[in-house]
Design a binder for this molecule. Structure first.
Ligand code: NIG
Ligand code: FE
Length: 406
């Protein structure tokens, strides 16, 4: 008896992103079958099993990729920091502005003052920009509340976005983002975070992971370690903003706590890449922040590549260091600024981004994976990262539900 399925996507080339065969795990003249929100077949058309599809979609020779995954964003926030952009271009540095009480803290003030629906509307508009480009999964951090009530509000907004839009959202609690003005002492803030904020967030079930900003203008490694230990007590995996502006050793620390990812890492010492290679931790590259802050220090790409550390690429979408709502632009920046190959960059916004979020059923086209798929009218996968603002998907399937585009 032939098996029924919800949809058959035929007359397509597949960039499966599996690490077999051709670059990009490519399959020419392929087909994908979807049932119950999952892929039940992805491979050569010639090997397609006998299926009775409810819908057949002719992809007209286009390319199917996994739905794109933006594994590091701060897209829930209020206000904007164009004034700081002007200050920086008049000579102030990002760190000068932060130390003078601007930077992250100025967004904290605006976010605390915004109610839930204002935050939701602003975040929704930014998220839609990502979804237009074929993103089907996004990570969203808190960290502009820095008090229990506002952190919970940000995380609720992030979860609500997933209720109302065709996207999977993974939420991350980033209470250790900056020192709020009412706490002159950062040790006392970390104690409050561990004894009050984190328990409230964990008990509300609003976070999938816990993040820190390990930096001179953020928190020390000893303070980050306290946060990681507390996260472990709630069974929450950790990740870290580390080695963005200086090298404090945050990446090695995070690997000791089996972090899902270490993010930024421009100042990571190549000698410390071994710690990443020996753990399952993903290196998340954020070229948008490097670009927007005009940084010069490049992440240790050659060492990461040599030691086969999985590299992901994300937008870091936020108002201060990366006001960039385009994952394909971030993928292009990763090639142009950091020297990733187009294949590495596309893996960075698909399979490796899934790993950075602990998702083992997304980011690839294979039987058993979630049916998160984008259809592109392109000649080859590299087209997606070669041009800037050249491409939009013709159709996107998110957990099997199709949204056709023009
Ligand atoms: O990922 N590094 C810390 N956090 C953000 C910046 C946030 C901000 O400036 O508002 C980042 O770059
Ligand atoms: Fe960030």
């Amino acid at each position: 008896m032939p098996q029924t399925c919800d949809a058959l996507l035929e007359n397509a080339n597949l960039a499966t992103m599996l690490r077999v065969g051709q670059p990009y795990g490519a399959v020419h003249d392929g087909a994908v079958a979807i049932a119950g929100g999952s892929i039940i077949y992805a491979g050569p058309r010639a090997d397609l099993p006998d299926l009775v599809p409810a819908v057949v979609h002719n992809c007209q020779g286009g390319w199917l990729t996994p739905g794109l995954i933006d594994c590091h964003t701060h897209l829930v926030f209020a206000g904007n920091r164009a004034g700081e952009f002007e200050q920086r271009l008049n000579g102030a540095s990002y760190e000068d502005i932060a130390r003078a009480g601007g930077g992250i803290i100025s967004t904290v003030k605006a976010t605390r003052a915004a109610d839930e629906s204002e935050l939701y509307d602003a975040a929704r508009a930014r998220l839609l920009r990502l979804l237009e480009e074929g993103v089907t999964t996004v990570e969203i951090k808190s960290g502009y509340g820095l008090d229990t009530q506002t952190e919970l509000r940000m995380l609720r907004v992030a979860r609500q976005l997933a209720q109302e839009l065709p996207v999977t959202v993974k939420t991350t609690f980033l209470g250790a983002h900056a020192l709020p003005p009412e706490f002159p002492d950062s040790d006392r803030y970390i104690d409050y975070l561990c004894s009050d904020m984190l328990p409230a967030v964990a008990e509300a079930g609003l976070a999938d992971a816990v993040d820190v900003f390990c930096e001179g203008i953020g928190f020390s490694t000893a303070q980050c370690e306290k946060v990681f230990t507390a996260a472990g007590q709630y069974g929450l995996p950790v990740k870290g903003h580390v080695e963005q502006l200086s090298n404090l050793g945050g990446a090695v620390l995070a690997c000791r706590y089996n972090a899902l990812s270490v993010d930024h890492i421009e100042y990571l010492d190549p000698a410390d890449v071994a710690a990443l290679a020996q753990s399952a931790t993903v290196a998340v590259l954020l070229p948008g922040a490097f670009y927007f802050l005009g940084e010069k220090q490049l992440p240790p790409i050659a060492a990461l590549r040599e030691q086969a550390v999985p590299m992901a690429v994300a937008t870091d979408l936020n108002p201060g260091s990366s006001p960039i709502a385009s994952l394909l632009f971030a993928a292009n920046q990763a090639c142009v600024l950091f020297g990733l190959t187009p294949e590495e960059s596309l893996r960075g916004i698909s399979c490796n981004a899934a790993s950075a979020l602990g998702l083992n059923n997304k980011g690839v086209l294979q039987a058993g994976a979630d049916a998160d798929i984008a259809l592109w009218h392109i000649d080859q996968p590299a087209d997606l990262v070669y041009g800037v603002n050249f491409h939009r998907p013709q159709a996107v399937w998110q957990e099997g539900k199709c949204d056709y585009r023009s």
